[in-house]
Design a protein around this ligand. Structure first.
Ligand code: UD1
Ligand code: CA
Length: 455
């Protein structure tokens, strides 16, 4: 097969459709799979397949989509298709990009998020070896709704949309996945010849297959896994795609040395990074932006996002790590703890029922059960800085801004409002008073008062 690294490539991603069947105010292509908009998945696959230029065609909710794109694919050029007149018409909205004459043009749909770089690269290699149009087909168990690939003597001669099919053609199960690779030198002349004489009165991209064939150009169908071209039209299909994505990611994690007791209960985000020799117990959810280093254990029922879990650290069961959490090596965050925007240095322990936010917990420090950093006064957030080897007694409220020095002690039940110097002992509560015999006296008084009431 031919080398594609020296060829230039433009990817055109169609995302103008309305997506009414999603029944959602969010534009269809911004619905997320593994925490990332579908459109971003497609743009990522295009780049991974060596596409140096990406053009997005937006239409419905154009401004919202454009704004989102600036976040996840700032390098992409955005074109607007003002009227939805069909997929060929949509591709031509990016005419200015096509005119720049890339060697390869890939056309993808923004609602087909499982498209993989390998399939795209395969299609590009077909172009490199002389094809002019490459169609990515798949075998459908139920071909309803898909364009059928019409072959003659082993060659692809046309794609027929279902509503334009004859009875016999409707029985064909080799279907159009919707993705195409087109020779950049021929793309515009092929697209400009597409008409709209069909059941829907639309300009179909798929018509370029027959047009190319009639012009004596080489048209090829490659088969890709049905999963890779699964399109999302409803939230039910979105959930199905999510489940396939998760299954693939779990398999990859297991094969890379991550232990999971019940992999089907662990959910990854698009960018989760987990090193080998990590143990994930059942029911763990990763939001975006998480790295878990070697030897860490995430116990059951944890929700983790935007966090780093250091080598050998233990998290959970039932812990929540929110964005900005950075656990250094051998740190511990135990049951019913929430940590947010906090660095927990090596070997420090937050074992039970705590909230630690906007804080640093120094190496080897021990945070007692029920400790709360009071980081918010209703207007601003303040930082709590806890030194190395400090010991914070149970049920303490640390009112930020606050610094607790290295090796300091905080008595349990304290409300700490002033800084505690290194190695000091701070009591932030009333001293205990013990009155001998007063317990018995109280009981007797209560008993006789009660008896008088009943009499
Ligand atoms: C299309 C294919 C069909 C294939 C199927 C695979 C055509 C004509 N048909 O059908 O052969 O089997 O995908 O899923 O290409 N879009 C625009 N502007 C438009 C029209 C569509 O941006 O004017 C976008 C849509 O947002 C969508 C994509 O193009 O992302 C595909 O359009 P859609 O109407 O869903 O095509 P299908 O009928 O599914
Ligand atoms: Ca579709």
């Amino acid at each position: 097969m031919h080398d594609i690294t020296s060829r230039t490539c433009l990817s055109i991603i169609l995302a103008a459709g309305e997506g009414t069947r999603m029944k959602s105010a969010t534009p269809k292509v911004l619905h997320k799979v593994a925490g990332l908009p579908m459109l971003a998945h497609v743009a990522k696959a295009a780049e991974a397949a060596g596409s140096g230029a990406v053009a997005l065609v937006v239409g419905h909710a154009a401004e919202i989509v454009r704004k989102a794109v600036a976040g996840f694919a700032p390098q992409a050029e955005v074109f607007e298709q003002k009227e939805r007149l069909g997929t060929a018409h949509a591709v031509l909205a990016a005419r200015a990009a096509i005119e720049r004459r890339h060697d390869d043009v890939l056309v993808m749909f923004g609602d087909t998020p499982l498209v993989d770089a390998d399939s795209l690269a395969l299609a590009r290699r077909e172009l490199a070896s002389g094809a002019h149009v490459v169609v990515m087909g798949f075998r459908a168990e139920n071909p309803n709704g898909y364009g059928r690939l019409i072959e003659k003597d082993g060659a692809l001669v046309a794609i027929r949309e279902e509503r334009d099919c004859s009875e016999a053609e409707r029985r064909i199960t080799f279907c159009n996945g919707g993705l195409m690779a087109i020779s950049g030198a021929h793309a515009l002349s092929l697209l400009d010849r597409v008409g709209n004489a069909n059941a829907k009165g639309e300009y179909y991209l798929t018509d370029i297959v027959a047009i190319a064939g009639e012009a004596g150009l080489k048209v090829v169908a490659t088969e890709v896994p049905a999963e890779s071209v699964l399109g999302v039209n409803t939230l039910a299909e979105l959930a199905a795609v999510e489940s396939i994505w998760q299954r693939r990611r779990r398999e990859a994690a297991l094969l890379s040395g991550v232990t999971m007791i019940a992999p089907e209960t662990v959910f990854f985000a698009h960018d989760t990074k987990i090193e080998p020799d990590v143990l994930l117990e059942p029911n763990v959810f990763f939001g975006p932006g998480v790295t878990v280093h070697r030897g860490a254990v995430i116990h059951a029922f944890c929700h983790i996002e935007g966090s780093v879990v250091g080598e050998g650290s233990h998290v959970g069961p039932f812990a929540r790590l929110r964005p900005g959490t950075d656990l250094h090596r051998d740190a511990k965050v135990g049951n019913f703890c929430e940590v947010k925007k906090a660095t927990v240095e090596a070997g420090a322990k937050i074992n039970h029922l705590s909230y630690i936010g906007d804080a640093r917990v120094g190496a080897g420090a021990n945070i007692g059960a029920g400790t709360i950093t009071c980081n918010y006064d209703g207007f601003s957030k303040f930082v709590t800085d806890i030194g190395a080897g400090a010991f914070v007694g149970s049920n303490s409220a640390l009112v930020a801004p606050l610094t607790i020095g290295d090796g300091a002690y905080v008595a349990s039940g304290s409300v700490v409002t002033q800084d505690v110097p290194a190695d000091a002992l701070a009591f932030g509560r009333a001293r205990q008073k013990t009155l001998p015999e007063r317990g018995r006296q109280l009981r007797e008084r209560l008993a006789s008062a009660n008896a008088a009431k009943k009499a």
